[in-house]
Design a protein around this ligand. Structure first.
Ligand code: AAL
Length: 385
């Protein structure tokens, strides 16, 4: 009896559905069901934009739209969250020797950050001051084993003597390159000023040899990137090393950060800055990945176009492809084709990012988390149900 009722209900539903799909147009010819192609009629500005400006007219059809999920990492000890230990600004995740690797800024100081005026040789000014680059490995991406220091800050006056922070990894012709911010003064004394340095190794476990030279120098006086080159982010594209970075017009106005590109034939340079820099008018930390024939980018936090995912066929001229929310800060995705010079980038589904502003004013620090998303050609489920 129950089955019969169910069958009858299904029949009625089918009849209703087929009835409504036969009548798919309104009086003015606009379909009831949102068409995947731009309708051939006069459209409002919002509808025009819906078809012209994004990678698809709906989240379902837009492979660069995703929501984000977060999971606490197991295995990294924060003791009592008193702000004396921080882990932040993770690199991309790579897979080598049967496990995942991530590098990050690690600070362990007697006190939490105290601001530039109170900082000393042992008291940090900012969360990333007096830091070294550490690394961790994992077999499943959720439980991580901290392996200790990869690149320590070198003795004065070498590049990065005050702090080495915010690293990212490049694997190129069987060698490993870690790029990072090399601070030569306390962050916050004038601004957050630093150039980019690099160390290299034959294995992801090191030992790392510092190149001891600046590889991405600050811009000339008056240029947008005069004071800081932050968040170096290398990929292999068009047979070259494409290294994206962030700078900030001397941090004025404060809520604007932009991103530029420097290109080299070899990981140790020389790098040539793209003449139309900055290539991104918004964002904070850099997060790019090969997508189809071009490069996609997560644009978080600062600027008019924050909380967007953008795309550039040539890796230089970026357009907004999707707008989203709750994006991972300083995301370091796992990108299987980051260094293969792919012409059909598949996208990303997870990585490590950081959460800042943990604790109160006195114990401020950051921690690493895992994010999951679906910015992938292979498995696109924007809501990740
Ligand atoms: C981060 C990054 C850079 C800045 C500081 C530490 O979010 O943009 O690394 O220098 O903040």
């Amino acid at each position: 009896m129950k089955n019969l009722t169910l069958a009858a209900a299904c029949g009625a539903l089918l009849a209703l559905t087929s009835c409504s799909t036969t009548k798919t147009k309104t009086a003015d010819g606009f379909p009831f069901i949102l068409p995947t192609e731009k309708p051939n009629r006069v459209l409002s500005k919002a509808l025009e934009r819906n078809y012209d400006n994004y990678m698809g007219p709906t989240p379902e059809s837009n492979e660069l739209y995703s929501q984000f999920r977060y999971t606490e990492l197991k295995g990294l000890d924060y003791s009592n969250h008193d702000g004396t230990i921080t882990r932040r600004d993770p690199s991309k995740v790579i897979f080598a020797n049967g496990k995942y690797y991530v590098w990050y800024t690690h600070r362990q100081t007697p006190t939490p950050p105290q601001g530039a005026d109170k900082s000393t040789d042992v008291i940090p000014s900012a969360d990333w001051d007096l830091s070294d680059i550490w690394y961790a490995t994992s077999e499943d991406g959720f439980t991580w084993k901290e392996q200790g220091v990869a690149v320590p800050r070198p003795p004065k006056p070498e590049v990065g003597w005050r702090s080495v922070a915010t690293s990212d990894i490049l694997v190129y012709k069987g060698k490993y390159y870690l790029y990072y911010q090399g601070f030569m003064q306390t962050s916050g004394k004038r601004g957050d000023d630093c150039p980019v340095a690099v160390s290299y190794a034959d294995s992801p476990d090191g030992p790392w040899t510092p190149y001891n030279k600046i590889v991405i120098p600050n811009g000339k006086e008056g240029e947008w990137d005069q004071f800081s080159i932050h968040d170096p982010y290398p990929l292999v594209h068009n047979g070259k090393v494409y290294l994206y970075y962030k700078s900030d017009f001397n941090q004025k106005p404060n809520l604007v950060r932009m991103q530029g590109l420097a290109i080299a034939d070899n990981p140790l340079g020389p790098f040539t800055k793209n003449p139309t820099n900055p290539v991104m008018n918004s964002g904070h930390e850099t997060t790019m990945f090969p997508f189809k024939e071009g490069i996609a980018a997560l644009v978080i936090r600062d600027g008019n176009e924050h909380f967007t995912v953008q795309y550039a066929k040539d890796g230089i001229n970026f357009d907004i492809a999707a707008i989203t929310t709750l994006m991972p800060d300083a995301a370091g995705p796992y990108i299987p084709d980051a260094f293969t010079d792919t012409k059909d980038g598949r996208g990303i589904t997870w990585g490590i990012s950081h959460v800042t502003n943990i604790g109160n004013r006195e114990t401020n620090h950051a921690l690493l988390v895992r994010f999951d998303c679906d910015l992938s050609q292979d498995l696109h489920d924007p809501e990740m149900k």
